[in-house]
Design a protein around this ligand. Structure first.
Ligand SMILES: [Zn+2]
Length: 145
């Protein structure tokens, strides 16, 4: 399950190692919530996931906070990074779906661009009447570099 509520990371000390129970007590949440954080990407000190660095909890909280923010007009959501990201060279490819028309007569566009951070292809649907806005933020290309 994707976590939306940001852990109260201000209660945690950077250079301290917490057991799951200590971390749950510090954050004032059930221990099962820590397990959910770990499944959602919170890093642990060891491969058995018994202990967690305070600083890793803070990093995780920052990621959840960022993930909750909406993508800016020059960003697409990257599934791999789990957050809205800038697009490599601002290059996007557009596929038109002219048979999928809205009430206002616009048709659907599939936008593809590569994540600047990890190189994964990010996708998003837009309506054709937003093409002018897309051109302000992106360069439309035939193939992604
Ligand atoms: Zn990415």
């Amino acid at each position: 399950m994707r976590i939306r509520k940001v852990p109260r990371s201000n209660l945690v000390i950077n250079n301290k190692i917490y057991t799951r129970q200590e971390l749950a007590d510090t954050l004032g949440c059930p221990r099962s919530r820590i397990a959910a954080y770990i499944r959602d990407g919170l890093e642990c000190c060891d491969e058995w996931c018994k202990d967690i660095w305070g600083k890793d909890l803070k990093r995780y909280a920052a990621k959840v906070r960022l993930r909750n923010t909406k993508a800016q007009p020059d960003e697409l959501y990257c599934k791999h990074c789990g957050i809205p990201v800038k697009i490599l060279n601002k290059e996007i490819m557009i596929t038109e779906y002219k048979d999928q028309v809205s009430k206002s007569g616009a048709y659907k566009l599939l936008i593809k661009g590569k994540c600047e951070t990890c190189g994964s292809v990010c996708v998003k649907f837009e309506w054709s009447n937003n093409i002018g806005k897309l051109k302000e933020y992106f360069r439309i290309v035939e193939a992604l570099s």
